[in-house]
Design a binder for this molecule. Structure first.
Ligand SMILES: Nc1ncnc2c1ncn2[C@@H]1O[C@H](COP(=O)(O)OP(=O)(O)OP(=O)(O)O)[C@@H](O)[C@H]1O
Length: 777
C-alpha cells in the first residue's frame, strides 16, 4: 500500500541518483491534489436487475457524473461524457443501454471505438455483465471488425443486438449493405462513440461523415438513436461530438470519481558529451541531447528498482523495444533479479500476448512496461505507481490520457514527461503551464473538405438518394454540382441519385487519408507490411528508405507508383534516412487576408509541387553519413495554407541584412511548424512548409505553412485563427533554447527537404519579434 505523497518521494529518490556534475534534468514539478468521490443514488429508471448486477460486481453506488450522463442519454439527449481516465465512463452508457435492453428485447445498440483493442476490452466487460443478468442473455454482444471471420459476421448480423465495431467497418461492412441490417437499424436505440477525441483531422472528418450516414440510415428505417460520446480528454466535448454527428449535444464534464495525489515532473535530458557547445556532431554541427528513449529507460529501471509499477510511453514501436531492452540491460547490472519483470507492449503483438501482458501488469507480476500509445486508450489498466512519457505525445489530450494511467485510488503517483530534442518538447518542459494548465486542444475536423465529402456523398447517394435538405446540411451543394458534372450523380425530382454501376464504398479508406495507397511488401516473404498514402509515399518509402514495421527494420528496394507498390527487404542498417526535396507553392485563391503595416497574414488555397531529389543517411548517433541522389517524379498537392509576407525594408530596418533573409525565414518557418501542435491537434508530419525571400506571386519574402492532405485538414486554418499565440510561442521556444546557432530543439527540422540549410536562428528571432509587434489580433 503506497501513501499519498508517494509520487514526490519517488521523484526525490530518483533525482538523488542523477549525475551531480550536470544541470538538474528536472525543469518543473507540480502536484495535483487528491480528489474525493461524490456518490449519487441509482436513478429510479435503472432496471433493478441491471443495478443488482453492478452491485454484485462491487459497484455499490454510481458517481454523480455517471448518473448525470446516463440520465441525459436515457431521456433521449445526445450526450458527451468527458471525465478523467478510469472515471467509470463505461457505466454512463451501460446503464441506459442495458436498461433499454431489459425493457425492450428487440432494441439494438452500436458501440464504436477507434482501436480494435479497446473495442475488445469493452466487449468483454459488456459480455460479463450480460452473462450475470439472465433476462439479457439473448443480447449476444459481438465484435464486428476486420478480425471477425465471415461466418461469425453473418451470425452477428442475424443474432446480435449489441455490435462492437469501428468506423472503418461501420462504413464498409454495415452502411454499405444496410438493407441486410435493416432490422438492426430499425431498432437502433444507442450509438456509443468511445474515445471521441481520437476522431480528428482527416480521420475525424471521415468518421463524422460515416456517423452522419449511419444516423441517416437509422432514421430512414424509422429509428432515432441517441449518441453517447466518451473521452477523458476532449476540449469542448459538446461541440466536438456535435461536429461528428451533426446534431446538438449536451456535455457532462464534472469528474466526481476519486483519485490520489499526482506529482507531475518535467524532465529535459542533458547534452551528449556535457555541454551545448561541446561534442557537436548533429546536422550542421548542432549539439545533440541524450535521447528521450534512453533517458526514459533509465527512469524505468530506477522506478522498477524502487518497486514502483511503471508504464513508459514511447512514440515509436522500435523505440518501445529499444527502451525495454535498455532498461533490462541497466537492471542486469544493478538488480538482475528484476530483469524479467520488464517487458515491451505494442500494437502488432498477437491479441493473446497482449492480454497476457496486460494481466501481468495488473497483478504486479510485471513491474515495468514500455509501450506505444496502444495502451493509452481505454484498456483497463490502472493501479500504476508511475508513468513516464518519453517525448510529448503530440497533444495535451494524449498527454493526460497517458498520465491518467498513474494512480491507484487514493494513493500518490508520479508522472514524468521527458522532452525529446524538438522545439515543442523543449518549449513545454520550460513552459509547463502550456501543458499542465492548458485546456486540451480543440479537435479539428473538416467534414466539408471536398476531397473527403465527395466520396462520402457518393456512398450516401447509393445508400439513399440525397435530398435538398441533406445537401444543405452537409454544405455539399457545390460538391454535388461537381459530382453531377462528372457524371457520378444524377438529379431527379426526389433528389440526387447515383449513376448506374456506382460502387463507391471500397474507394474510401477511413484512416488512409485521401487519395490512393501504396502497399509496402516484404519481397523475401511476399508479406504485406502495411500501406502508406500515395501522397506520402515519395517522402517515406523512396528507394533506400529505412522503413520500420512493428519494430522490424526494412530497407526499400523499389517504389513503383504506377502499381502502387513499395518493395522492401528486412535489414537493420546503422542509419536512418530522411528525404531531400525541392518544392514550390502557387497561391490559387486567397481566402482571407489582413495587412498590418509591413506584415500581411493570410489563409489561402494553394498548390504545392514537390519532388524528392535524394535522401540523407544519418547514423543513429545523429551524425550525417552522406547524401544519395534519387530520380523520382514531381507530385502536386492542392491544399490550404496559412501564409505571411514581410516587407523587405522592414526586415532590413529590424537588423536582418538581405543575405540573411533566406536563413531567417527558413528557421522561422521550421520553428513555427514544430509549434503548430500547440494550437491545433496535429504534429509536424501532418503539415508542410515553404519559405522564400522572393515569392513570384507576392514579390515579397513569404512563408507558407500548409496541411499535408489534399483539400486541407483544418490545421493551417487553426494556425491562421490563433496566429498571435502561435507566433509568440514560436519566438519564445527559439529564443529560450540554450544552443548557440540552432539545433533540433528549436529551428532544425527532422523532415527538412533542404538538409536544414540555410538556417539562421538569431535572425529568425528578430523576424518573429517583428511579426509579433505588428500583428494585431
Ligand atoms: N461508481 C463506481 N464506484 C467504484 N468503482 C467504479 C465505479 N464506476 C466505475 N468503477 C470502476 O472504475 C474502473 C474504471 O472504469 P471504466 O473502465 O468504465 O473507466 P473509463 O472512464 O471508461 O476509463 P478509460 O478512460 O480508461 O476509458 C473500473 O474498474 C470500474 O469497475
Amino acid at each position: 500500500m503506497q501513501h499519498a505523497t508517494y509520487g514526490s518521494e519517488l521523484l526525490g529518490r530518483t533525482l538523488a541518483g542523477t549525475d551531480a556534475d550536470e544541470t538538474s534534468p528536472l525543469t518543473h514539478m507540480a502536484v495535483i491534489p487528491t480528489r474525493t468521490a461524490e456518490f449519487a443514488d441509482w436513478p429510479a429508471w435503472v432496471d433493478p436487475r441491471v443495478r443488482d448486477a453492478f452491485r454484485e460486481r462491487g459497484l455499490a453506488a454510481p458517481w454523480r457524473h455517471q448518473v448525470e450522463a446516463a440520465d441525459h442519454a436515457y431521456a433521449g439527449r445526445h450526450v458527451c461524457v468527458c471525465t478523467g481516465t478510469a472515471s467509470g465512463k463505461s457505466l454512463a452508457y451501460q446503464l441506459p443501454i442495458l436498461t433499454t435492453f431489459a425493457q425492450d428485447p428487440n432494441a439494438t445498440a452500436l458501440y464504436l471505438s477507434p482501436t480494435k483493442a479497446l473495442g475488445a476490452d469493452q466487449l468483454r466487460a459488456a459480455a460479463q455483465i450480460v452473462a450475470d443478468i439472465p433476462s439479457l442473455r439473448h443480447l449476444q454482444p459481438s465484435a464486428y471488425d476486420g478480425d471477425t471471420d465471415t461466418e461469425l459476421r453473418r451470425w452477428a448480423r442475424m443474432h446480435s443486438r449489441w455490435i462492437f465495431t469501428n468506423p472503418d467497418m461501420l462504413h464498409v461492412g454495415i452502411c454499405s449493405s444496410h438493407a441486410k441490417w435493416r432490422q438492426f437499424f430499425a431498432r437502433l436505440k444507442y450509438i456509443v462513440v468511445d474515445e471521441c477525441h481520437h476522431y480528428r483531422g482527416v480521420f475525424g472528418s471521415h468518421t463524422a461523415l460515416v456517423l452522419q450516414r449511419t444516423l441517416r440510415i437509422a432514421r430512414r428505417y424509422g429509428a432515432d438513436p441517441v449518441v453517447i460520446g466518451a473521452s477523458a480528454t476532449v476540449s469542448n466535448p459538446a461541440q466536438a461530438l456535435s461536429r461528428l454527428i451533426g446534431d446538438d449535444v449536451v456535455a457532462v464534464t464534472d469528474d466526481t470519481s476519486p483519485h490520489g495525489e499526482r506529482t507531475v515532473a518535467m524532465w529535459e535530458p542533458g547534452f551528449v558529451d556535457g555541454g551545448a557547445d561541446e561534442g557537436e556532431h548533429g546536422e550542421n554541427g548542432a549539439p545533440v541531447r541524450r535521447a528521450a528513449g534512453a533517458e526514459a529507460a533509465r527512469l524505468l529501471a530506477d522506478f522498477v528498482i524502487e518497486g514502483a509499477r511503471t508504464l513508459c510511453f514511447v512514440r515509436s514501436r522500435r523505440g518501445v523495444e529499444v527502451t525495454a531492452v535498455k532498461a533490462k540491460q541497466l537492471l542486469a547490472e544493478s538488480a538482475p533479479e528484476l530483469v524479467d519483470r520488464v517487458a515491451a507492449y505494442r500494437a502488432g503483438y498477437l491479441a493473446d500476448d497482449r492480454r497476457k501482458l496486460e494481466r501481468a501488469l495488473s497483478d504486479g507480476e510485471l513491474l515495468g512496461v514500455a509501450t506505444t500509445n496502444a495502451l493509452e486508450l481505454g484498456v483497463d489498466i490502472s493501479g500504476l505507481d508511475a508513468v513516464v512519457v518519453a517525448g510529448y505525445p503530440g497533444t495535451v489530450a494524449s498527454f493526460w490520457q497517458q498520465a491518467g494511467r498513474a494512480g491507484r485510488r487514493g494513493e500518490g503517483s508520479l508522472v514524468v514527461m521527458v522532452a525529446r530534442d524538438d522545439p515543442l518538447d523543449t518549449y513545454l518542459v520550460h513552459h509547463p503551464a502550456s501543458l499542465l494548465e492548458r485546456p486540451v486542444e480543440a479537435t479539428v475536423t473538416d467534414p466539408a473538405n471536398p476531397y473527403v465529402l465527395g466520396p462520402h456523398l457518393l456512398c450516401a447517394a447509393t445508400e439513399f438518394p440525397i435530398s435538398d435538405d441533406e445537401a444543405h446540411a452537409w454544405r455539399a451543394v457545390d460538391v454535388i454540382g461537381e459530382l453531377v458534372a462528372d457524371g457520378h450523380l444524377k438529379r431527379r425530382r426526389a433528389g440526387w441519385y447515383p449513376a448506374p454501376g456506382l460502387d463507391p464504398h471500397g474507394d474510401i479508406d477511413i484512416r488512409g487519408g485521401i487519395g490512393g495507397q501504396v502497399l509496402i511488401v516484404d519481397t523475401t516473404t511476399s508479406q504485406l507490411l502495411g500501406t502508406v498514402d500515395t501522397s506520402r509515399a515519395m517522402t517515406s518509402v523512396f528507394p533506400g528508405a529505412v522503413h520500420l514495421h512493428q519494430g522490424v527494420s526494412y530497407v526499400v528496394d523499389e517504389l513503383d507508383l504506377d502499381q502502387g507498390l513499395a518493395l522492401a527487404h528486412p535489414e537493420e542498417p546503422d542509419w536512418t534516412t530522411s528525404p531531400r526535396e525541392v518544392s514550390e507553392v502557387v497561391i490559387d485563391r486567397v481566402v482571407a487576408q489582413r495587412t498590418f503595416g509591413p506584415l500581411t497574414v493570410g489563409f489561402a488555397e494553394v498548390t504545392v509541387t514537390s519532388q524528392v531529389v535524394g535522401f540523407l543517411r544519418k547514423a543513429l548517433s545523429g551524425e550525417i553519413l552522406d547524401q544519395v541522389p534519387l530520380d523520382l517524379p514531381e507530385e502536386q498537392l492542392s491544399t490550404r495554407a496559412v501564409m505571411y509576407t514581410v516587407d523587405p525594408d522592414a526586415m532590413v530596418d529590424a537588423g536582418i541584412a538581405p543575405d540573411k533573409f533566406p536563413g531567417a525565414l527558413h528557421a522561422a518557418e521550421h520553428a513555427a511548424i514544430g509549434m503548430l501542435g500547440l494550437v491545433a491537434t496535429c504534429d509536424r508530419w501532418d503539415i508542410g512548409g515553404l519559405s522564400t525571400d522572393m515569392h513570384p506571386q507576392t514579390s515579397l519574402p513569404t512563408v507558407f505553412v500548409y496541411d499535408g492532405f489534399p483539400g486541407g485538414a483544418g490545421f493551417a486554418e487553426r494556425g491562421h485563427e490563433a496566429f498571435a499565440d502561435w507566433i509568440a510561442a514560436t519566438d519564445e521556444a527559439v529564443s529560450s533554447c540554450a544552443c548557440s546557432s540552432g539545433c533540433p530543439s528549436c529551428v532544425q527540422s527532422p523532415k527538412c527537404g533542404n538538409g536544414n540549410e540555410p538556417l539562421d536562428k538569431e535572425h529568425a528571432i528578430t523576424l518573429l519579434r517583428l511579426i509579433g509587434r505588428h500583428y494585431d489580433a
